[in-house]
Write a protein that binds this ligand. Structure first.
Ligand code: FUC
Length: 800
């Protein structure tokens, strides 16, 4: 064996061993106590198979994924591929919209909101009125023959976040069986490794089960592989334009593999490896000419050319490259030794800080598994969906949900995972230019409250929820945020035209509010909330002004950095000063609308807290620069209350953290982690399952421990008293910094600051401005030298 290969194999063996993937009973290998505890802290585990989908465990490589159920007798892997959606390329633009626009505006400004809504519904909406839903590929079923009457013993099912592997193991008839399932981002296949601790003990049948409601799907055996192929469904009058294929190959050690028309059977093998590849003909939102059969064949050929150990070590290395960047320890109580479903059930009354840490890392795991460079962004369910008619189509809802999916990304050191979102915006800037032109007669581009695989950008569903033009502008703030964390000028130059296009749409469509002359969006809404007229349609909601303030200032700053577009900079500056300001209402609350309507709104506890965008995710309203508005935002938050949908709670968590109220933030986090909002597999419950709450939770925990905005890094800004001692290592902060934080007895012990993007920094670069308990300290770590600070005699002090 060549030296390098041997070293790699040894390394792989060691990593598999530390992660607990190699049987603990393996001769000569004794797992150390410390590693055992570390592996436990990153493991979701159960003593029974999944009885329903929300108990199954997710794996994914960003593009393909599975929910693993883990039944001993009949294993089910519910499969997904992120480009398998209904329909095909389509243009939902509606020329009637432009004709109706002046009248809808006039009706809004005349206070005839009901009539405005009716006219918008009749004339301004997309054709078709709905967007295409995400689909399910179907199931891979493995049947192990359970009629022998032998009882099951020592059953355990787990997901280890550090190895991104679901392991099912049990004993039956004196034999221990183990199944390990993972999705490889390197080899683009799902791997199921089946082993038994007695020779020739492994026998099973494998088949595909098509998703319901699709007659085009065939299951067959072809060239020794199990194959399922079909076309996607038509929807809302849009023809299905995709073909797709799932293909599974079994490599068995010893034993026999035989086939029947729609199944493969393995008899008396020592072990077996199943490789599953999936692809569709989607190339991009305008082109569906790909060849899924050729793609899956090539993927299987590559994967089958590698040993199981090599498939495993390549996957581990790539997963850990991202996953291991951040570690979090919030302390451990007795609760941590219980199965995960029980911990969720107990979490309301028990003290289980480790569950919060597990939830935090699960959010990071989900982002790594559902959004990698080159894949589709994480949709409403990330990647995982078993339905042909999922809730809200499992699309991209961009009036909060998709953005929330990416809230944790940068600070949790997963900047790469934002790439699919940037690519989505690149597409929307093209498809949305058509909608801007046709529906509004405007330059630039626009997207309303939803989009799909086909990058549809018009208003959908009903004017009540769809007539909101600010979705694309909000997405663009993520482009800027990616720059702020990674300081890559070349990247900024590439995305600036997208940001500029989003701004140009508003340069052309903002209108002067008749009474004040201030510029407002119209028609628009404060997402999905009805004002006292009982409808949402309005002019100039607070959220739009806040998003546009961010978009325009970020465009100006980007143009300055790049030294481009002076005319555009001037125009953007002029508009910035004419946007209607935020206002404080009679109850001391931050007004959600131009008028002081808040207390008369239909639902005081509405799940959306759109007008608080300025406090979080934006920082334009904050404790330091705008104390009055911040107090008003706090009042609004109190009026809204803490309980909401999963993502509604997730948003509130981040907001309380921004207000630096750690104990309140912790109480909100407890709501999120409780059984009402978290399923046994730790998926967020809107309900139903929606992944945004998971990501909002991970972002919120970060915000409790560290915030970076206003050119300042806030250390432990919202540490709850109950997290007495702990540490978090590897967080990223704006400006290209990495931070390790340790705290003890409720106080900062030390912070280590590094510069992570050395190439972009010189000695003149801004320092890291650290803030802790009203003390500020500027430090200058260099590329090669970390700076350590501590809290000494109530002062923030540089220690080294
Ligand atoms: C928005 C929310 C709903 C749901 C949907 C996907 O419309 O108001 O609660 O999350 O998106």
């Amino acid at each position: 064996m060549p030296q390098v290969t041997r070293r790699r194999t040894l390394q792989a063996l060691l990593s598999a061993y530390t992660a607990g993937l190699i049987s603990r009973a393996a001769p000569g290998l004794a797992l150390g106590r410390r590693d055992d505890a570390a592996a436990r802290a990153l493991t979701l585990w159960y003593t029974q198979p999944a009885a329903r989908w929300e108990e199954a465990l997710p794996i994914g490589n960003g593009r393909i994924g599975a929910m693993v159920f883990g039944d001993a007798i009949q294993e089910r892997l519910q499969l997904n591929e992120d480009t398998l959606w209904a329909g095909g390329p389509y243009d939902p633009s509606n020329p009637d919209a432009l004709r109706a626009l002046p009248e809808v505006r006039a009706l809004v400004f005349a206070g005839r909101y009901g009539d405005a809504l009716k006219l918008a519904d009749a004339s301004m909406m997309s054709k078709p009125l709905r967007q295409m839903p995400y689909q399910n590929v179907g199931d891979l079923l493995l049947s192990f023959g359970g009629a022998d009457g032998q009882p099951l013993q020592d059953y355990r099912r787990e997901l280890n976040l550090d190895s991104a592997t679901v392991t099912v193991s049990f004993r039956k008839g004196g034999i221990r069986y183990t199944r390990e399932t993972f999705a490889s981002p390197v080899d683009q296949v799902i791997v199921v490794r089946l082993t038994a601790d007695r020779r020739k003990a492994l026998s099973f049948d494998a088949t595909f089960r098509p998703p319901g409601a699709n007659d085009s799907v065939q299951v067959l055996v072809e060239d020794g592989d199990l194959v399922m192929r079909g076309r996607n469904l038509a929807q809302y009058g849009i023809t299905g334009a995709l073909t797709w294929e799932a293909r599974a190959r079994i490599v068995a050690e010893r034993g026999h593999v035989t086939s029947s028309p729609a199944a493969l059977s393995v008899a008396n093998a020592n072990s077996a490896t199943l490789l599953i590849a999936m692809a569709t003909s989607y190339r991009n939102y305008e082109d569906t000419s790909g060849n899924p059969r050729a793609i899956v064949n090539a993927q299987l050929a590559q994967a089958a050319g590698k040993s199981p150990a090599r498939l495993r070590s390549d996957q581990l290395e790539e997963h850990r490259r991202l996953f291991r960047r951040v570690t979090l320890d919030l302390g451990t109580t007795a609760a941590a030794s219980l199965p995960t479903d029980q911990r969720v059930r107990d979490s309301v009354q028990s003290d289980d800080p480790q569950l919060a840490a597990l939830y935090y890392q699960f959010g990071r795991y989900l982002l790594i598994s559902s959004s990698r460079p080159g894949t589709q962004p994480a949709n409403l369910q990330g990647l995982w969906n078993e339905s042909m008619e999922p809730p809200w189509g499992s699309k991209y809802t961009i009036n909060i949900n998709t953005q929330m999916n990416y809230w944790p990304a940068e600070a949790a050191a997963l900047g790469e995972c934002v790439e699919p979102l940037v690519a989505l915006v690149r597409d929307l800037a093209r498809s949305g230019a058509r909608t801007a032109q046709v529906n509004y007669g405007a330059r630039g581009w626009v997207t309303h409250h939803n989009t799909d695989l086909w990058r549809a950008t018009g208003p959908i569903d009903h004017a009540q929820s769809g007539m909101w033009p600010t979705g694309g502008a909000w997405l663009c703030t993520h482009l800027w945020e990616h720059y702020e964390y990674n300081c890559d000028r070349q990247y900024l130059a590439a995305v600036f035209p997208l940001m500029r296009g989003a701004a140009e749409f508003f340069l052309d469509t903002l209108v002067a509010e008749p009474r004040t002359g201030l510029l407002v969006t119209c028609p628009s809404m404060s997402p999905e909330n009805s004002h006292p007229a009982g409808v949402s349609i309005c002019a100039g909601p607070a959220m739009d002004r806040q998003i546009l303030r961010d978009l325009f200032s970020q465009c100006i700053e980007a143009a300055r950095i790049l030294d481009v577009a002076p005319d555009f900079q001037r125009e953007a500056q002029r508009v910035l000063t004419q946007l209607a300001p935020d206002r404080i209402g009679a109850q001391g609350q931050l007004q959600e609308w131009l008028e002081d309507w808040d207390m008369d709104a239909k639902d005081l506890h509405h799940r959306h807290v759109s007008h608080l965008y300025g406090l979080f995710p934006s920082g334009q309203i904050n404790l330091y620069d705008t104390p009055g508005l911040t107090a008003a935002a706090r009042r609004s938050l109190e009026i809204r209350g803490d309980n909401a949908t999963g993502w509604g709670i997730g948003w509130r968590l981040n907001l309380w953290a921004r207000l630096q109220e750690g104990d309140h933030a912790h109480a909100v986090l407890k709501l999120l982690l409780g059984p009402q909002r978290t399923y046994p597999n730790l998926f967020d419950a809107h309900p139903p399952f929606q992944i945004d709450g998971n990501f909002g939770g991970t972002a919120g925990i970060t915000q409790m421990l560290m915030q970076s905005y206003r050119g300042t890094i806030y250390l432990l800004p919202a540490l709850p008293r109950i997290w007495l001692s702990g540490n978090i290592r590897g967080l990223r902060a704006r400006g290209g910094f990495t931070l390790d934080l340790d705290w003890h007895s409720g106080a900062l012990q030390r912070a280590v600051v590094r510069r992570t993007v050395p190439g972009t920094y010189s000695e003149e670069s801004p320092p890291a401005r650290l803030h802790y308990r009203d003390e500020v300290l500027e430090v200058r770590p260099s590329a090669s030298r970390a700076v350590t600070v501590g809290w000494v005699a109530s002062r923030l002090t540089q220690l080294g």
